[in-house]
Every structure is written in C-alpha cells, then in structure tokens.
Design a protein around this ligand. Structure first.
Ligand code: BES
Ligand code: ZN
Ligand code: ZN
Length: 476
C-alpha cells in the first residue's frame, strides 16, 4: 500500500503549491511586480492553476481560491483543485512538495491535500512496471494542529486501504484473506480482532452465511473488530456490519459477465468501508467505542450450491425461502445483524453493495440510506455526507413494503417484487435485528467505471471518510 507522508512545516520543499485568494493576488508578497502582473493576466484568462516560470529547476504552482460562504462547496472545490494539481505533477520528478495557504481562510490546505492524496492513488500491485517518480511526502504550511493532521493522515490511509481491498481480485482476496487483512489493520492500530472460522459459524448456526457459502470451495469467515479505547465518550457501542461477498457470481441465479459479474470483486465494498473506517478511527485514536462485523464468503454455483427454492434457517431462528441466489448479501448480513444484538448497540448500521436497484435509482453520486433508528442519526449522517462529499439520500422504510417479502413456505423470502428493490432488501434485514437500525446501500458509489477527479476508476473507498467524519463528530 502506497503511503504519502503528511507533515506540518513552514520550511517547505522547493517545489511548491501556493493557495492564494483569487481576488487578491497581491498577498503573494514573495513575488515581484512582474510576477504579480503575470498572475493577474492568467486570472483574466480564467486560469486558476498558474505555473510560475522559475530560473532553477523547481516548480511553483499558484492556485487561485475563490472565497465562498458555503464551506461544504468550498471543501469539495478544494479537493478537486488538489486533484488537478496532482495531474500536473505526474511525470515530473517530484518526490515531495510543499503546500502553503496564503489566504485568510482557515485550514483550506487540508481538503486540498486530501484531494491530492486521493487523486494520486493508483492500484499498482499487478503492474510489472511501477510509477517511476512517486509522490512521497507533502509538507503543509497552514497553522494546522497535530490532531487535525493525524485525523487527515488516518482517514486517507484507511481510504486507500479500502480502495486496495476493493480492487483486489477474488483470486487473492478470499474470505480468509479478507479476515487476515483485518487482523493486520488491527495489529497496527490496536483494534482487537477475532475471526470465527467455518466450524464456529456452523456451531452458531449462521444458516445465511453457510447457505451462500455452500457452493464455494473456500471457507467462510466471520470477523469481529472491536475498538474500545479508554475514555470512550459512549457507553453503548455503535456496531457496523459490512457485506463481505468477496465475489458475487450470482450463484445458480448466475449473473451475465459484461458490466455485471465482471466487477463483482467489488461486492465486499461494504466490508472494506466498515473495517477501514474502524481502522481510521483507531489510528486517529478517537475516543469512541465501535465494533465492526464482517461476514465473508464468495457466492458461486457448483454441484453443491444452494438453490432457488431452498429454505435456510438463520442465526436468529427465522426461516428464509431463497428465491434468487443472487440476493445473497442480505442472507449473510442478516446473520451478522442478529449477532450484533449481543453487544446491545446504541445503533447498528450495515454498509453493503446490496442492490442494483439502489445504483439505478441514484447512480454513483451517493448511497441510499434507510432504517428505523431515530431521526437524529440520519441527520448526523446526512451532515457527515455533505462534509466529506460522500452523500446519501433517504429512502422510505414504510411497513407496507414488508408484505412483498412474505413467503408461501417460510417466515420470509429473500426476494421482493420488481419494484422498490433497494427498500425491500432493507426491510428484509430489519427482521434480523432488535437494535435501532440503519441500512446504507453503496452499490452505486463503491466502484467507478470512470474517474471523477480525486475518485479514481475502480474501488472508491466510499464510506470510510463518511463514517470517520460521523464518529469524529460524535467523539467531540
Ligand atoms: N451484489 C449485487 C448488487 C450489486 C449490483 C452491487 C450492481 C453493485 C452493482 C447483489 O448481490 C445482487 O445481485 N442483487 C440483486 C438482488 C435481486 C436478485 C433481488 C440485484 O440487485 O439485482
Ligand atoms: Zn448477488
Ligand atoms: Zn452481491
């Protein structure tokens, strides 16, 4: 995993990016009159990133920042500017660069650097030829606290880790490997991690996870990460549950390959989001008790695979008629949600690439959120979503939708109707937890087919920055 070191410094590398107020280039007192005039001239030509000619071989980019009262819009514009600057740096032999804020606006270098680091991301593991001149460190001159720097470093590292996990093919990232990755994160960040293997999962009677795993040659895992710092501000934990389907062929209800099964290595995007958010929370030492549960398996057809028509007995004792083996995420999540109740959580939230319906409804611009928890939770997550630009939109969670899940022969079926597919998936899951419940369907934003500035093609890491921001706000 590539790691760009961020340091607070006032003594910067000779290659620099300087953020200045668009309306007032004169604040750049280090420049002479000719240089200021050059900048004004470029600004007239609508240039916002202005490369300064220099006599030595160093690079200087002056970045014009437009002041706005809308902090949220401004943070996102800064991330996008950071991404643009990184595109200019690529290919130049720059290993470290300084970022200096010469505006009066507080700490705007932070979202700018965030955009830079995320835009610099590339999943390089399987290329034989690696990037020749990687960017290794960024010095930030912007009166930032140690704490803010640690928070940014932590959340970026974790977002990159989540992207890596999603980009890994199933040939490497089996359920067992995914749990190994969580153990590794735990060791580094002081999170206690327990992995339940197939035998234990059988003893517990997790019929959903075992049903989906039946067609697989690889065993399932159920991983528990607990971060309980001394001095945590909460008395009951928040429990996160992430869908860890390391590959979704659809099972016997097989998916077509093109634009469907071909990117189903990303079906553990929820697991990546919750485990890496926990990693970030622990790296930043936020005083907040969180627990993360990841049920993991692949979903395949085979001579022994579960079949449409089968009835599964779930961990909480309820029975489910499987009518489509491609609606597998809800089966493994159901068992984990029931397991979550043992921790008596303040709220339990699952994050999952659960339905094509969610992606069709709102595309890649955000996730779909619903649940029965108190309104305040949704308000908090909505706010964190705007702060991080990992937005979500609320869907209804009316009881009437539950009717669509009635089975002729079991307590529930795993398939709703043609309509409201994202909601019936959430309503299905509601049956498996007694705790206040939130469901986040990230099928749209988890994996991109084309780049969006600092969000690259492939695994986006969606959810890590969102959950980190939410918990950070709660912890303070
Ligand atoms: N993993 C898929 C959902 C998905 C689709 C994620 C597209 C990302 C992009 C999920 O397991 C699935 O196949 N869901 C089915 C459910 C249906 C059979 C009720 C779907 O959405 O078609
Ligand atoms: Zn599926
Ligand atoms: Zn799936």
């Amino acid at each position: 995993m590539k790691n760009i070191l961020l340091v607070a410094a006032s003594d910067l590398s000779k290659d620099q990016v300087v953020l200045f107020p668009k309306e007032q280039p004169e604040v750049l007192s280090q420049l002479d009159e000719n240089q200021i005039n050059y900048i004004k001239n470029q600004l007239d030509k609508e240039q916002t990133i202005i490369g300064m000619p220099s006599c030595d071989s160093s690079f200087q980019w002056m970045v014009a920042v437009e002041k706005s009262d809308d902090c949220i819009k401004m943070a996102e514009a800064l991330r996008q500017l950071g991404a643009k600057v990184v595109a200019l740096i690529k290919g130049q032999r720059i290993a470290s660069i300084g970022v200096k804020n010469q505006t009066e606006m507080d700490r705007i270098a932070l979202p700018f650097v965030e955009g830079m680091v995320l835009a610099d991301y590339k999943f390089e593991k399987y290329f034989t030829k690696k990037e020749e001149y990687p960017l290794c460190s960024i010095e930030i001159d912007d009166r930032i606290s140690e704490e803010a720097l640690l928070e940014l470093t932590s959340v970026l590292k974790a977002t990159i880790k989540a992207r890596d996990l999603v980009n890994e093919p199933q040939s490497f990232l089996t359920a067992t490997q995914l749990s190994e990755e969580m153990i590794e994160m735990g060791e580094e960040a002081n999170i206690s991690v327990t992995v339940l293997g197939k035998k234990k999962i059988e003893e517990l009677g997790m019929g959903g996870l075992l049903g989906v795993n039946k067609g697989s040659v690889a065993p399932p895992t159920f991983t528990i990460m607990e971060y309980k710092p001394k001095g945590a501000v909460n008395s009951e934990p928040i429990v996160f549950v992430g869908k860890g389907v390391v590959y979704d062929t659809g099972g016997l209800s097989l998916k077509p390959t093109a634009a469907s099964m071909d990117y189903m290595k990303s079906d553990m995007g929820g697991a990546a989001a919750v485990s890496c958010a926990t990693y970030a929370i622990a790296l930043a030492k936020l005083p907040y008790h969180v627990i993360t549960l990841v049920p993991a398996t692949d979903n395949r057809p085979s001579g022994d695979a579960y079949a449409p028509g089968d009835v599964l007995k779930m961990y909480n004792g309820k029975t489910v008629e499987v009518l489509n083996t491609d609606a597998e995420g809800r089966l493994i999540l159901a068992d984990a949600l029931s397991y979550a109740d043992r921790y008596k959580p303040e709220v339990v939230m699952d994050v999952a690439t659960l339905t094509g319906a969610a992606a069709i409804a709102i595309g890649t611009e955000g996730a779909v959120i619903m649940g029965n928890a108190k309104e305040t939770y949704f308000e908090e997550i909505d706010k964190a979503g705007f702060e991080t630009h990992e937005r979500s939109v609320r869907f209804p969670f009316w009881d009437e939708y539950s009717k669509m899940l009635e089975s002729d022969i079991a307590d529930l079926k795993n398939l709703g109707g043609r309509e409201a597919g994202a909601i019936t998936a959430g309503k299905f899951l509601e049956n498996f937890t007694e705790s206040p419940y939130i469901h986040l369907d990230i099928a749209g934003p988890a994996f991109l087919h084309s780049e969006k500035g600092y969000i690259k093609k492939g695994g986006s890491g969606y959810g890590v920055r969102l959950l980190f921001e939410w918990i950070k706000t709660r912890a303070k």
